[in-house]
Structures are given as structure tokens and as C-alpha cells.
Ligand binder design. Structure first.
Ligand SMILES: Cc1ncc(C[n+]2csc(CCOP(=O)(O)OP(=O)(O)O)c2C)c(N)n1
Length: 108
């Protein structure tokens, strides 16, 4: 239901690249579970639907698993005359800052 633009870009053969910074989880919620709930992770890891979905619907899908591969992948995507999905795998446990804890104000 989300990312309907994937379907549109395939249908229209649009020369569009979507890059997913794929941490394999609901990162913000995972981070709260890490810092405030002792790393008791629940319902945050994702079997990422983008992989199977893109295999079925986009050509090509380029998966990047090493930092060194990013530049080549971007060039490959740019050279392709049509839609591309860049699936850039990153670590799940990289935290994002600043963070606002649950119930706190975002401005002090
Ligand atoms: C409709 C709705 N449900 C739940 C949430 C709570 N929520 C905030 S961030 C988040 C996880 C987001 O994960 P992802 O989109 O993969 O981004 P990441 O944090 O990993 O960068 C959730 C579930 C929300 N903001 N909106």
C-alpha cells in the first residue's frame, strides 16, 4: 500500500532511482528499545519487504553491502535507462542523534 511510486515508475519506465538506506528495522523504535528498555527488542526487526517486492517489480535492483560499493552502484543506476531500486544495507545499531525520549519535549 505504501511506495505506490514504485509501481508508477515501473509502469511509466521512468528514469528514476530510489535509494533505500536499509537498516533492516524500525530504527527509531529500535533505538528507544536499546537505550530505555535494556536492548529488549520487540517487533522492530524487519524481514524487509522491499527486497522481494522490488525483485518482482523493478529492474534492476542493486544491492550494496559495502561502503566501497556505493559509488559504483550510483553510477550503474545513473547509466540505466529506466527505474532502479538501490538497496543500500547499513547497520541496524547505528543510532541517530539528537534523539527525544518518549514523553519529553523536543525543545528545552
Ligand atoms: C503511523 C505511525 N505508526 C507508528 C509510528 C511510530 N514510529 C516512529 S518512527 C518508527 C519507525 C520508523 O522506521 P523506518 O521508517 O524504517 O525508519 P528508521 O527509523 O529505521 O530510519 C515508528 C514505527 C509513527 N510515527 N507513525
Amino acid at each position: 500500500m505504501t511506495m505506490a511510486e514504485l509501481g508508477t515508475m515501473i509502469q511509466e519506465r521512468a528514469k528514476v532511482t530510489i535509494a533505500i538506506i536499509n537498516n533492516g528495522c524500525l530504527g527509531m523504535v529500535r533505538q528507544l528499545q536499546e537505550f530505555y528498555y535494556g536492548g529488549r527488542y520487540h517487533a522492530t526487526p524487519l524481514v524487509n519487504p522491499t527486497s522481494s517486492r522490488s525483485r518482482a517489480r523493478t529492474h534492476p535492483r542493486i544491492r550494496v553491502t559495502e561502503r566501497a560499493g556505493v559509488a559504483d552502484a550510483v553510477e550503474e543506476a545513473a547509466a540505466h535507462d529506466g527505474p532502479v531500486l538501490l538497496d543500500i544495507r547499513v547497520e541496524a545499531d547505528d543510532a541517530v542523534y539528537p534523539m527525544v525520549s518518549a514523553g519529553a519535549a523536543s525543545i528545552r
